[in-house]
Design a protein around this ligand. Sequence first.
Ligand code: ATP
Ligand code: MG
Length: 266
Amino acid sequence: MPAQPDLAAVPDSATATAVALSAVRHEYRSGGRRILALDGIDLRLAAGESLAVVGPSGCGKSTLLRMIAGFLRPSRGEIRVGGATVTRPGPDRGVVFQQPRLFPWLSVHGNVAYGLREAGVPRRARRERVEELLGLVGLGDVGALRPYELSGGMQQRAAIARALAPDPAILLLDEPFAALDALTRERLQEELRAIWLRTGKTLVLVTHSVDEAALLGSRIIVLSPRPGTVVLDEQSALPRVEHARDVPEFAALRSRILQAVGAPRS
Ligand SMILES: Nc1ncnc2c1ncn2[C@@H]1O[C@H](COP(=O)(O)OP(=O)(O)OP(=O)(O)O)[C@@H](O)[C@H]1O
Ligand SMILES: [Mg+2]
């Protein structure tokens, strides 16, 4: 194996770093109590990488994602996106949550178009972009329906299209398929992989599922129980093809992640 360059010594601009976390810690303070959620997180994510974050419940996965999204500030350390320190949410980061959180009073088309309208994109360009996105997520024929007329899987597809609408460089997903049945979940995992391969977006995907991490991560980190620290940082050897569940490397990767998830803290 060739030696890994010391990325900490290289400026972001020289490595096309999309997201950089340096010595990040987050402590919640509520009702006089302090809860240390995460500590000592150092990560550099290259543009176009897909980072899967796995770890036990309560280890700080959502906290990590919310900090990258800009909803939450680190208590210590720094997060940079595209070279700039994150202080708030921005159009360079699209977020998809476990629940689709669509606007019930708007059609699917209206939901996906929402951010574009806010950004002042003209009507015609908006319509073209929404149609392209609905096609990408397999909702080409339901743009006129309201969210309550869709299945859970379709709603989550619409939420992904909405997050992609402003063409963010980075897509942040917090257990996006956890509320779905197993078959829909598998299908959407395949679709998200295809979207990643086609668009070249940088992805950060939080998941409880080892399979999901192995399938969707070009890189996988496993966090320890709270306070979350990185116990495995693994580059995937899976070829960049669709339907990667069938390739021989998948099972080996899956078992390495499983081992790290189950391993006691060092
Ligand atoms: N707003 C908050 N105030 C106080 N403590 C919080 C808050 N949000 C999260 N925590 C605590 O911080 C820790 C990390 O929470 P977080 O939601 O990031 O975990 P998680 O890894 O996403 O868990 P899960 O897999 O169950 O979603 C937990 O112990 C949680 O109780
Ligand atoms: Mg969570």
